[in-house]
Design a protein around this ligand. Sequence first.
Ligand SMILES: *Cc1c(COP(=O)(O)O)cnc(C)c1O
Length: 426
Amino acid sequence: MLENSLAFAQKLDAADPLRHMREQFHFPKAADGQDEIYLVGNSLGLQPKRTETYLAEFLRDWRELGVRGHFEPKHAWLPYHEFLTDASAELVGAKPVEVVCMNSLTVNLHLLMASFYRPTSTRFKILIEDHAFPSDHYAVESQIRFHGFDPAAALIVVKPREGEHCIRHEDLVATIEREGASLALIMLPGVQYYSGEVFDMQGITEAGHKVGAHVGFDLAHAAGNIVMHLHDWHVDFAAWCSYKYLNSGAGSVAGAFVHERHVARTDIPRLAGWWGHDKKTRFQMGPHFQPIPSAESWQCSNPPILSLAAVRASLDTFTEAGGIHPLREKSLKLTGFLRFLLESEFKGDIDIITPFEPRRHGAQLSLNIDLHGMKAKDVQKKLETQGVACDFREPNVMRVAPTPLYNRFEDCYRFVQMLKATVPAS
Ligand SMILES: *Cc1c(COP(=O)(O)O)cnc(C)c1O
């Protein structure tokens, strides 16, 4: 039985097998010099302490070895992205040949759509959701136009039902079945950034494949947050950024997944570059592109090692915590406790739009606030001045995401007490 008290929160922290992981991170300070109550790891993850060491290692290698840094140091630059492969694969439930760290998220979506959105005169539509992250919407629309189609006809947008905030799985499946053979691609998030809803990626992939469409996921809010099995689910492709739950720093190198059954195909066009070319013959500098038979063949350029070092630091921190499974286990308890506290204090006064069922939510709860004339935006601004970091998204949601790597149960308790001081329950 959960209790709404500081003592109980501290008891949960004392029993938490991952509590030592908090020491691995730097915390921004509030005005009073204390650590901020940092509940915005869904937007920008905190800096792991080892990141500085890993970056310094790269700077040292470059300083001392110059061009020999490509081959000689322990973490040589030529294969540097390979040091990230196993941990990345594990995070998303993939085989190592299926993942690569490269570019940024939206760029990866474009590169993958170049391969997997191959519209014909009869099969040309892309299905997205109504509240898609703007970048995803722009990317998809521009792909449609790039191929000479009209988004008015080719873009299928699934909406939540009237008065609801989340999209029902049965509505997605019904739309997929209705569009059938006209559907070329389904592009959905793994976790919806606004509502915090987790989509049934396996069910969507099955439904998509049944009508002959490719299925890709944007895992910006899913990677490092929930457990996934992209390989077993037969997802065609996916991409994710590394600066949200993956704590690799703003704009750091992103990840990409291509299912094993596609990676060695030469009939799939890639927007090619030399880093996607077979490693054995890359430096023969020949004119014919021979793709590496793995997701690496989608790489265009030699990558920014400085940024890959930050990703490696983050992945090592995940590995030290035991990987995504124990983190998800704690995350469900942490977010469950936060929901319990909100419901104890506010009853129905604050509308938590994130689904209740564990398999339908990640770390984040989205609070639709309209209380005593205060909206989500006002509340978030006020809390910010008091050392609480959470965020606001238009039109009216405050997002709160306790992350299991560095948040405590006590943070959830203190947050709810401060929220109560800002907007008293009626
Ligand atoms: C954070 C986020 C992005 C950001 O895209 P970048 O290319 O990393 O700037 C895109 N899509 C979704 C769904 C996101 O949550």
